[in-house]
Design a protein around this ligand. Structure first.
Ligand SMILES: [Ca+2]
Length: 292
C-alpha cells in the first residue's frame, strides 16, 4: 500500500486547508462592510432577491372608473389624458409614435401622491401625427397596473387659433408663484404643457400681462390648471383692461367672446375649488388696435 494515500472524506476535504475557512470569513466580513457602507451613504439595500420579485402586473381596467379621455390641444403640440381610478394610484403614461413609446409623462400634481382623478399632459407632440400610449400605475399597497395601448392623432396646427397676442407677453404682476417650475411666464409661453401656479391663493390669485401694444380683443381664454385631488380648478375669472372696470365673470377654459381694447390685462380668479390656482395658458384673440 505504500505510495498510496486514502481518499480524503468530504469533511476532511472542506477543512483540510485552513486558508479556505479564512477566505469565507473574509468574504462575509466584506459583504457586511459593503452593505454598511451603502446604508451609510443612504443607498437602499434590497431586502429581496430579483428571483423573489414575482408580483403580477394587473390590467388597469380592473380599477378603471372612467376614461381615458384624450383632449387634443388645437396646436397639435400637447394632449391631456384624463382617467379616473377606483383606487388611489400614482399614474404615468408612456407614449410615442409606435409601440416602443420613448416618452413618459406623469401627473402634474405637485405632491406626487397617489390619487384617483388623473390628468396627464403629453407634451412634445407634432401636429397631424398618430400617437400610441399606455397608462401605468402603482397602488399604495405595491400593486402594479398597466393598460392596453390606445392611440390618437393630433390635429393639424392652425395659425388662426394660435394664442399669438398673449404669446410672450410680459408678466408685470402676479399674486404668487408656487415655485420657479410653476412661474407666471408659463401662462403666456404658448405651451399648454407648462403651468403657472399660485402658492395657495385660491380665489385671490391674479396675473397681469402687458401685450406690448393696444389690441382690439375679441376673445379671451383662461385655461385653468387643476390638481388630481379636485383643487386648483378655476371656475370663473374676470379680466380688467388697463386698470379699468373688471369684465366678467366668465367661465374658464373656453374662448369667451369679448369686445374691448386694451394693452395691460389683469386676470383675476373669481371662483375656484381653492388651493394652488393658476393657468396652463392665457389666450387672447384679436387684432392690433393700430393696424390699418
Ligand atoms: Ca403654458
Amino acid at each position: 500500500m505504500r505510495g498510496t494515500r486514502p481518499l480524503a472524506g468530504p469533511c476532511e476535504a472542506l477543512t483540510a486547508d485552513p486558508r479556505a475557512g479564512r477566505v469565507v470569513v473574509r468574504v462575509a466580513v466584506l459583504v457586511v462592510m459593503v452593505l454598511a457602507a451603502l446604508a451609510a451613504l443612504g443607498v437602499a439595500v434590497p431586502r429581496t432577491t430579483a428571483a423573489q420579485v414575482t408580483g403580477d402586473v394587473l390590467d388597469l381596467s380592473a380599477v378603471l372608473a372612467s376614461g381615458p379621455e384624450v383632449t387634443l390641444d388645437p396646436s397639435g403640440l400637447t394632449a391631456t389624458v384624463a382617467v379616473s381610478t377606483s383606487v388611489d394610484l400614482a399614474c404615468a403614461i408612456v407614449y410615442g409614435t409606435d409601440d416602443s413609446f420613448g416618452s413618459l409623462a406623469t401627473d402634474r400634481d405637485m405632491g406626487g401622491q397617489a390619487h384617483r382623478d388623473h390628468h396627464v399632459v403629453l407634451g412634445g407632440l407634432r401636429p397631424g401625427t398618430r400617437y400610441v400610449f399606455r397608462m401605468q400605475g402603482s397602488g399604495v399597497d405595491g400593486t402594479l397596473y398597466r393598460s392596453p395601448a390606445y392611440d390618437f392623432t393630433t390635429p393639424m396646427a392652425s395659425s388662426s387659433i394660435m394664442p399669438a397676442l398673449a404669446l410672450g407677453a410680459q408678466v408685470v404682476a402676479v399674486s404668487s408663484e408656487f415655485s420657479p417650475a410653476y412661474s407666471a411666464a408659463n401662462a403666456v409661453d404658448g405651451d399648454p404643457g407648462t403651468e403657472w401656479s399660485s402658492k395657495g391663493d385660491g380665489d385671490a390669485a391674479f396675473i397681469t400681462i402687458d401685450l406690448g401694444r393696444a389690441v382690439d380683443i375679441t376673445a379671451v381664454d383662461f385655461r385653468t390648471r387643476q390638481m388630481g385631488d379636485g383643487t386648483a380648478i378655476t371656475r370663473t375669472f374676470t379680466v380688467t383692461p388697463d386698470g379699468g372696470t373688471p369684465l366678467g365673470p366668465f367661465p374658464a377654459s373656453q374662448a369667451v367672446p369679448v369686445s374691448f381694447t386694451g394693452r395691460v390685462l389683469r386676470f383675476d380668479v373669481d371662483t375656484s375649488t381653492g388651493g394652488n390656482t393658476g393657468a396652463s395658458e392665457i389666450v387672447v384673440l384679436g387684432t392690433d388696435a393700430t393696424a390699418p
